[in-house]
Design a protein around this ligand. Structure first.
Ligand code: ADE
Ligand code: ZN
Length: 325
């Protein structure tokens, strides 16, 4: 498929395929922790919270700046091979800290991976700092303060992931306020593992995008509000179907949200965990929803317009996307 792609929702630690987890563990002299794999080429998890545990375990083999550089480079060059021209990577300072890497090493290594991928594959990328809601408000504030200090020009946004069901957005208002006041773009995971009330809580934060947000479909008034406020949903259909949020692509609300005037983009979330890729998300929309190239290109344009990078880069990327078809 020739249409240019842009991805606003992918967790850097969740981009490592099993083979890369093993390679990184080995070069760091570590065993891959028990419980990470169900089969040599498949991650083990039973449900969403178990997935988060597996994600943390797999991430624990990442130890060095070189690891972060390589994970970034491998993901971006692979995405470029599928036609991606822009990716926003969610980078978690808490995961880096847990293995003794300081924030500057962490971001510097990812930035190096971005620069190398641009040189070799022509893809652009930026970093969105993500906090983990189940680590608590203080940890979220630390990540927000760090991101708000504008530690690197590639750090352009702030996000929150983790256990949505047990940690509603309201408690994190101060962290999001700090990030937004510093000029960072803000987005929050909501309406994935909790219902419309979670999306409503997310909309109280200074966000322009919502991660997933698909369960807004359960509340008609909320869908109208998303459309009116032009809030962009970072939809990840493979992630939602594989994790069991919806039984099939046909029952996924993405087409209904679009029909109601809600802006959507496509993301692979944690690609090898879900058999996903950015190219695959575009392809499944063609296959299951009958989207043509024009509509797919409009999804890319929505993503580029909603991107947190600088305006001049957005303009260049939009021009590039339009030339690609
Ligand atoms: N962390 C990694 N992947 C995630 C997801 N899909 N939702 C929430 N937190 C996450
Ligand atoms: Zn996510």
């Amino acid at each position: 498929m020739t249409v240019a792609k842009a991805e606003l929702h992918v967790h850097l630690g969740g981009t490592m395929p099993p083979e890369l987890v093993r390679r990184i563990a080995e070069r760091n002299g570590l065993p891959v922790p028990d419980g990470v794999f169900a089969a040599p080429d498949r991650f083990a998890y039973r449900d969403f919270l178990d997935f988060l545990r597996t994600y943390d375990l797999a991430s624990s083999v990442i130890r060095t700046a070189e690891d972060y550089r390589d994970i970034t480079y491998e993901y971006l060059t692979g995405a470029a091979a599928e036609g991606a021209i822009y990716v926003e990577l969610f980078a978690s300072p808490d995961h880096a800290r847990a293995v003794g890497l300081d924030d500057e090493e962490h971001v510097g290594a990812i930035a190096q991976g971005i620069d190398d991928a641009r040189r070799d594959a022509g893809i652009e990328a930026r970093i969105v700092a993500i906090c983990v809601r189940n680590l608590g408000v203080e940890a979220a504030l630390r990540v927000a303060r760090w991101a708000a200090s504008r530690p690197h020009p590639y750090v352009v946004g702030f996000n929150m992931g983790g256990d949505e069901q047990n940690h509603p957005p309201a408690a994190f208002a101060e962290a999001f306020g700090l990030a937004a006041d510093a000029g960072l773009g803000c987005t929050v995971h909501a309406g994935e593992w909790a219902g419309p009330e979670s999306v409503r809580g997310g909309l109280e934060l200074p966000v322009t995008r919502i991660g997933h947000g698909v369960r807004a479909i359960e509340d008609h008034g909320l869908v109208e509000e998303l459309a009116e406020r032009a809030i962009v949903l970072e939809c990840c259909p493979s992630s939602n179907v594989v994790l069991g949020l919806y039984p099939s692509y046909e029952e996924h609300p993405l087409p209904s949200l679009m029909a109601a005037g809600v802006s959507v983009t496509l993301g692979s979330d944690d690609p090898p965990y879900f058999g996903a890729s950015i190219g695959g998300e575009y392809e499944l929309c063609r296959e299951h929803y009958g989207f043509d190239e024009e509509l797919l290109l409009s999804i890319t344009e929505t993503a580029l317009e909603a991107a947190f990078c600088e305006e001049s880069l957005k303009a260049r990327l939009i021009q590039r996307a339009r030339q690609t078809v």
